[in-house]
Design a protein around this ligand. Structure first.
Ligand SMILES: Nc1ncnc2c1ncn2[C@@H]1O[C@H](COP(=O)(O)OP(=O)(O)OP(=O)(O)O)[C@@H](O)[C@H]1O
Ligand SMILES: [Mg+2]
Length: 390
């Protein structure tokens, strides 16, 4: 064996396999070569011990795991789905990793490293790869679906402030998230919000005159998809994420997604019914979008956000205040401003003992203390400084 393998340059790697007839390895030697191969920048996932499965996403499972060298350090391991890959490591996962490596911010989930299982006969010499993240105790969808978790106005403001600061950061770095939804917003036990799931994210550039971008419009989970994408726009930008932020803000009160269309057509109808008709009057240029004449767009619809929120003064102010805008993307803020929200600025309370995990049907008592969000705060006219996004 030794005579067939050349000396290596990298200290931890076995020699490369030679393909000339004199150096061809037999099957067992190849297997041993693969088994012994040590990827220099990709540790084995066995350094973490899986504790529970916490998510089943489109692109793979997510596990809570404990670092074996520290019983207190928890991580989330997102498995890279390789089943349908004939051409090596999936390009979508590569894009997600590249973007996550670029983005380092308090309100963006932190990618610690990529890990892999050892390639063995047992797994047919195919490693499984994991994206390893700092662990966050909650996701916003889980919290909102838990009737025991109550959000005060101050807490809602704090959530939105952090969400918009995260978006401001990623947009400043020329990244679009393209899958804003409550399930992709994580919150730590200390109340720090983290934007997560960059599986659909991409870099964007401002289209130069005469050269429109041609991004896919088949992004963003349907219920959070903005009207321009539903109408076939492929030259879009940060406002697509701002729409999702607006949907999430409304959901902080309604506790479930505000527009749950079963199809793209139905989603457009729901948007028109809530936010008013999509016409060139309120949205100059809408008529030139590819699907403008192909989709049914209800005419004569008035904006009904105020009516929908009439049972609660706060959301009405937040969603339809002086800064409220219209479905047209031009009328949404170009990107999140660096947001300062009076009433949300109080520092988080000292961390309380971790509450029971509040995902899905899990119970959480004393949710306020557990979340570490600021305590109740007053509602004042200051709420209108929030950048309104619908
Ligand atoms: N760092 C983390 N800490 C705790 N939980 C996490 C973390 N990352 C992801 N999760 C959980 O796993 C779920 C799925 O993760 P993620 O959204 O990244 O995967 P996905 O495959 O792209 O999902 P989907 O297609 O459903 O949007 C999240 O909604 C969240 O509940
Ligand atoms: Mg997700």
């Amino acid at each position: 064996m030794a005579s067939k393998i050349q000396s290596v340059s990298a200290p931890r790697e076995p020699a490369p396999v030679m393909s000339t007839s004199s150096t061809i390895l037999n099957m067992r030697e190849k297997e041993k070569y693969i088994e012994d191969f040590e990827f220099p920048f990709c540790d084995e996932s066995s350094k973490y011990e899986k504790v529970a499965k916490i998510g089943q996403g489109t692109f793979g499972e997510v596990f809570k795991a404990r670092a074996r060298n520290s019983s207190k350090k928890f991580v989330a391991m997102k498995k890279v789905l390789m089943d349908n890959e004939k051409e090596g490591f999936p390009i979508t996962a590569l894009r997600e990793i590249k973007i996550l490596q670029l983005l380092k911010h308090e309100n963006v989930v932190n990618l610690i490293e990529i890990c892999r299982t050892k390639a063995t006969l047992h797994n047919k010499y195919r490693s499984t790869f994991y994206l390893v993240f700092d662990f966050c105790e909650h996701d916003l969808a889980g919290l909102l679906s838990n009737v025991n978790v109550k959000f005060s106005l101050g807490e809602i403001k704090r959530v939105m402030q952090q969400l918009l600061n995260g978006l401001y950061y990623i947009h400043s770095n020329k990244i679009l998230h393209r899958d804003m939804k409550a399930a992709n917003v994580l919150i730590t036990k200390n109340g720090v919000l983290k934007l997560a799931d960059f599986g659909l994210a991409r870099a964007f550039s401002v289209a130069k005159s005469g050269q429109a971008n041609k991004y896919t419009n088949r992004v963003v989970t349907l219920w959070y998809r903005p009207p321009e994408l539903l109408l076939g726009d492929r030259n879009y930008g940060p406002p697509v994420d701002m729409w999702g932020a607006g949907c999430i803000m409304a959901e902080m009160w309604t506790r479930s997604p505000i527009m749950q269309g079963p199809t793209e057509q139905q989603q457009l109808i729901l948007i028109s019914q809530l936010c008013g008709s999509c016409t060139p009057d309120v949205w100059p240029g809408v008529e030139s979008l590819d699907l403008y004449n192909k989709m049914e767009l209800p005419k004569g619809q008035k904006r009904k956000v105020k009516v929908r929120c009439r049972h609660s003064v706060e959301p009405r102010l937040l969603l339809d205040g002086p800064h409220a805008v219209r479905p047209g993307e031009h009328a949404r803020p170009a990107h999140a401003e660096h947001v300062r929200v009076p009433g949300a600025a109080a520092p988080p309370r000292p961390p309380a003992p971790p509450p029971p995990r509040a995902r899905g049907a899990a119970q959480a008592s004393s949710a306020h203390a557990g979340l570490g969000l600021p305590g109740p705060s007053v509602l004042g006219c200051d709420v209108t400084v929030i950048v309104i996004v619908m």
